[in-house]
Write a protein that binds this ligand. Structure first.
Ligand SMILES: Nc1ncnc2c1ncn2[C@@H]1O[C@H](COP(=O)(O)OP(=O)(O)OP(=O)(O)O)[C@@H](O)[C@H]1O
Ligand SMILES: [Mg+2]
Length: 230
């Protein structure tokens, strides 16, 4: 089943007189359960593509269909609902809330989703356990290492059981061990639950885990390869 379907997607950013064609006629489908890395040089359009898939931005032209829904016709609230129900984000600009504990950060999306207190607690503890952060549940982000914060961010992204998880440079600023650990957590989830992942990355350690690698260059797909047996 297709989770994402992009048809001839173009995104032009305009600042004053200057136009940047960040994506130029991109078409691609992402199937349920794929573990896809978007790669390519700085400025090639990876983050732009993730933002379009995540309904955080809209294309200048072309079609974006997420979980069977055409996103162009949706208003702000409808797009927010689609995100809330379908998509989890591990983005740097969705960093953890500094005044909340690890526990509270993971609980946040569940408060918005109308679960009762007991259900929330069980879910948050399961998620923190899954990323090896139970012992740190009461710590605030500034009391955690970068890798630990990233693991909490992964737990938060998973809280509402999204079909699709988008991650922009998930291992940036992580050392080898923490980077591997974060990737292992996501790969396991992918294998256990069939959750679909799309990463934008430069990191060979992330690419190694991917079942599919899509290479962007100057806003177009230069290469799209699936690994067998992964
Ligand atoms: N908000 C914006 N306004 C204007 N131009 C933008 C904006 N966001 C991105 N761009 C431009 O669009 C192009 C694609 O940027 P994008 O952030 O998608 O690249 P990227 O592949 O994620 O790069 P990196 O690997 O450095 O993160 C670049 O030329 C960038 O300068
Ligand atoms: Mg980027």
């Amino acid at each position: 089943m297709e989770v994402v379907k992009l048809t001839d997607v173009t995104r032009v950013y305009k600042i004053g007189q200057v136009e940047t064609r960040a994506l130029n006629g991109v078409s691609m489908d992402i199937q349920s359960g794929e573990f896809t890395s978007l790669v390519g040089p700085s400025g090639s359009g990876k983050t732009t593509l993730l933002q379009l898939i995540g309904c955080l931005d809209q294309p200048t032209s072309g079609k974006v269909i997420i979980a069977g829904k055409e996103t162009a016709g949706l208003n702000r609230n409808q797009r927010a609902d689609l995100r809330k129900g379908t998509i989890g984000f591990v983005f740097q600009f969705f960093a953890l809330i500094p005044t909340l504990t690890a526990y509270e950060n993971v609980e946040m999306p569940l408060l918005l989703n109308g679960k009762n207190a007991a259900q929330r607690k069980q879910r948050v503890m399961d998620l923190l356990e899954g990323v090896g952060m139970i012992e740190r549940a009461r710590n605030r982000p500034d009391q955690l290492s970068g890798g630990q914060q990233q693991r909490v961010a992964v737990a938060r992204a998973l809280a509402t059981d999204p079909k699709l998880i988008l991650a922009d440079e998930p291992t940036a600023n992580l050392d080898t061990e923490n980077g591997e650990q974060v990737m292992e957590i996501m790969k396991k989830l992918n294998q256990d639950t069939g959750t679909t992942f799309v990463f934008a990355t430069h990191d060979p350690r992330v690419i190694k885990y991917a079942s599919r690698v899509v290479t962007l260059k100057d806003g177009v797909i230069e290469k799209d390869s699936r690994a067998n047996g992964k």
